[in-house]
Design a protein around this ligand. Sequence first.
Ligand code: BMA
Length: 364
Amino acid sequence: MNLKPISIIAAVAALISCGNPEDAAQTPAEALLDRLEGLVEEGKIMYGHQDDLMYGHSWKLAEDASEYVQSDVFATAGQYPAVYGLDLGGIEMGWKENLDKNNFDHMRASAIAHHKRGGIVTFSWHPRNPLTGGDAWDVSSDQVVASVLPGGEKHEYFMTWLSNASDFLGSLRTDDGELIPVIWRPWHEHTGSWFWWGQRLCTTEQYKALWQMTYDYMVNERGLNNLVWAYSPGAGELTVPEVFAERYPGDEIIDLVGFDCYCSTNYERYAASMKNALDITKAFAEEHGKLMAITETGHEGLKHPKWWTEVLYPIMKDYPVSYVLTWRNACDDNMQHHFYAPFPGQESADDFKAFAALDQIMFL
Ligand code: BMA
């Protein structure tokens, strides 16, 4: 027999992989992507709510809670949101609680509980400012992204932040040790200039390098294979499709594209802004073979009694939107107006039930 060494290696590799079905299995991220694609093909739009199981308009999870069943969405519609959003802000500092006072252990356990219930989890990240020591909204310096890139004065320090975030994302495991997949959405709303990674605070090259560094570290170095990577500009700045494309990190990194768009009481303006962002995102998603979603939206205080079926639903129903996530229901005394999902008795509660009952809209 005159096999070339390379063929022997290939033959041995094939034998090993035949003997171990795990090798051929999908990664958790691939499995989630398949599931998301299947639901879009069925024409379903999943409803999502930020911090849904952590607190609501007038309740907060008990410190010693061991189950995650309370939810303003469930209390109103009798079903849980299909998508559960959480934010890692604060993990970089090694804090026990995130920036909105959610205990990280409860975040982890509730994310796993939601996954077990058949739901999908998404994480955003509002990390503090590694150069100034301020928060994510501290835009006093336009050198922050530069400082965390290789060669920058905060590079080593910032890598410990990525390490902390990776530790958390890699700790999302079921009882039998399997990683649960999540949609991971860092460096969001970068088309605006209100976060330290925003438009005026770094160049296009620096922004893309930040993504590449994040991806290389989490996927290649840490081996996290449970992340579906999402890119989400702010809708307000999407005057032309080029703005959407300008800082796109690349097809090798991104799996899902979306945008964040909020509703004031000017509902026509919201509809116009949403349609514009949906058109741009849809064209981009099709061209690049990616999924699309409305990664953040909502009408603070839900002042329109039929906001769900007469404002939001008509805008998005004809687009292949994977999910639409409304922001959090703050429970702090001074933030009672800051809610984006109804609770029993809220003026849009009946309409929310009607929205949840629509065939196209998916809850759990
Ligand atoms: C914002 C507000 C803030 C919050 C932040 C991160 O839109 O809800 O109160 O701290 O998101 O969750």
